[in-house]
Design a binder for this molecule. Structure first.
Ligand code: PEP
Length: 253
């Protein structure tokens, strides 16, 4: 399937930011979206757990989907402080980010744990946005492709399809730093991810591969034009409606 037939996804990751008052930004975004030509992409925002339900309510009449930023592998039980994928679905989420580098690092999440979380997302009928990416040291050591394909091999379960899984390539050193890899480096990693997906999955050619790491309005068009880049996972620039909308410009005719 060609690039044109993969509907791009632009997903915002609010991380540990946002209070109920921040929903005003979401209302502003809906207003902006209504006032402009529709972007040729799907849009999602992944707020902290505390806002998933309220944001879903806020976005009910819009085409903007809501996602969680993590989930526990189990459906329910004695896991103080954790949230299940079923709870996210119940709150109105459609997507769940899994395996973000901040979780891999801060919570020592292994590929095995991430694999079980992706399966939990599917059990709840949601779509996993599964993150992979190398650290700066790994890039300097020439290990980028091995790291990324290794993460895919171990974290992405066998049942992945174009409908239940989205891959986000996020070089760890580019997250929140303002630094972005060269276009040729992005192209090389996305091509390797595409190769892995095609080899393993019947719909590997149709799965979306997002780029994430310091995406903003000023670099989105260039990044989104790279072959096999099917959208973006956006951190900092997703917090303000105008900044997020500037990224969507990349997909406006
Ligand atoms: C992210 O957290 O997934 C991310 C890409 O952050 P930023 O856009 O701020 O680099």
């Amino acid at each position: 399937m060609s690039l044109q037939t993969r509907t791009p996804l632009v997903a915002g990751n609010w991380k540990m930011n946002g209070l109920l008052s921040s929903l005003d930004e979401v209302r502003s975004l809906v207003k902006i979206l209504k006032s402009k030509q529709a972007a040729n992409s799907e849009i999602a925002i992944c707020p902290p757990f505390t806002l998933v339900g309220a944001m879903a309510e806020c976005l009910r009449e819009s085409d903007v989907a809501v996602g969680g930023q993590d989930c526990h592998p189990d459906q329910s039980g004695a896991h103080t402080g954790d949230i299940s994928a079923e709870m996210l679905a119940d709150s109105g989420a459609r997507y769940v980010i899994v395996g973000h580098s901040e979780r891999r690092h801060d919570h020592k999440e292994s590929d095995l744990v991430i694999n079980s979380k992706v399966q939990a997302v599917w059990r709840a009928g949601l779509v996993a946005i599964m993150c992979v990416g190398e650290t700066e040291t790994q890039r300097d050591q020439g290990k980028t492709l091995d790291v990324v394909t290794g993460q895919l091999h171990n974290s992405l379960p066998d049942g992945a399809t174009a409908e239940n899984a989205v891959i986000a390539y996020e070089p760890v050193w580019a997250i929140g730093t303002g630094r972005v890899p060269a276009n040729s480096d992005v192209a090389e990693v996305h091509a390797a991810i595409r190769g892995h997906l095609k080899e393993r999955f019947a719909t590997g050619g149709e799965m979306r591969i997002l780029y994430g790491g310091s995406v903003k309005g000023s670099n989105a068009s260039e990044l989104m034009a790279i072959p096999n880049v099917d959208g973006a996972l956006v951190g900092g620039a997703s917090l303000r409606a105008e900044d997020f909308d500037a990224i969507l410009e990349a997909y406006r005719p």
